[in-house]
Ligand binder design. Sequence first.
Ligand code: NAD
Length: 286
Amino acid sequence: MEGFINKALLIVGLGFMGGSLAKGLRKKGFKKPIYGLDINPDAIKVGKEIGVIDDGWSDYDKVPWKEIDFVVLASPVGTFERIANQLKDKIERNTTVSDLGSTKRLVYRLEKILPTFVGAHPIAGTEKSGVIHSVDNLYEGKKLIITPTKETDKYHLQRVENLWKFLGAKIEYMSPELHDFVFGAVSHLPHAVAFALVDALRELSQEGNIDLFEYPGAGFKDFTRIAASDPTMWRDIFLENKDNLLRSIRAFKNSLERLERLVENGEGKELREYLNEISLLRRSLD
Ligand code: NAD
């Protein structure tokens, strides 16, 4: 089963996610050419060296546009509009354009520029970035959210579905609005909190005149792994999904204040009950 790319695939932004897309396709036996376009020439160089792409460029004018019938945007979400504007006069008329971006209301802006655009977000990743860390099984068995709108063209939607089915992902559909609310809560909030927690320990280190990072407990390490994520990517996500992130941060502050009050008032019984409720809920998730 292929039926999604007849000529060649171009990945714009050849980092961890884009590289993993290329590797995953090859692992599944995809035979057509895979190209990369990245503002960082080193990403292209490494991508070619490790055999992730067949060829790649940093210059739009060098790309063999006529050979390409599928483009995936895999750079930080803040770059997508600019890239779409660059692509619009270069791609062949029936080229499907999709993305791997973590926020989805920008689909409305992108489909105005590129009528063949279909928004997609794989629910898979790590705190590592760069093509060098890409893996060939990232998307297998993982959720892939497609966010169609009234304007989404059925033919291009089908091609995007076929691509992800071929990779073994589990496809779900959401409106861009629902997507951004859901992932604002389950992904963007935890990242924001992890960044803030590391910052809090930095502040406390200064206050206590001791380097607290010399004593990282397992809890701290588990909890803050994602604070090592790429700053550009997360700046773009936080700003693109500002309203939902702020709403999630407010909910988190309320929860933290509730815990703070219970501790402050020494309400042992209530505190135990609260922790028990949350602990049971968390255990039920695994
Ligand atoms: P990455 O930093 O590994 O790779 C991004 C690549 O994009 C880099 O090679 C960079 O040089 C390139 N780039 C930056 N600006 C560009 C531009 N204007 N034109 C062309 N290339 C450009 O990042 P990643 O982890 O692969 O994330 C890529 C996308 O995937 C982001 O949109 C992110 O929101 C989304 N995403 C990431 C994860 C994750 O866990 N890493 C999960 C789901 C979705």
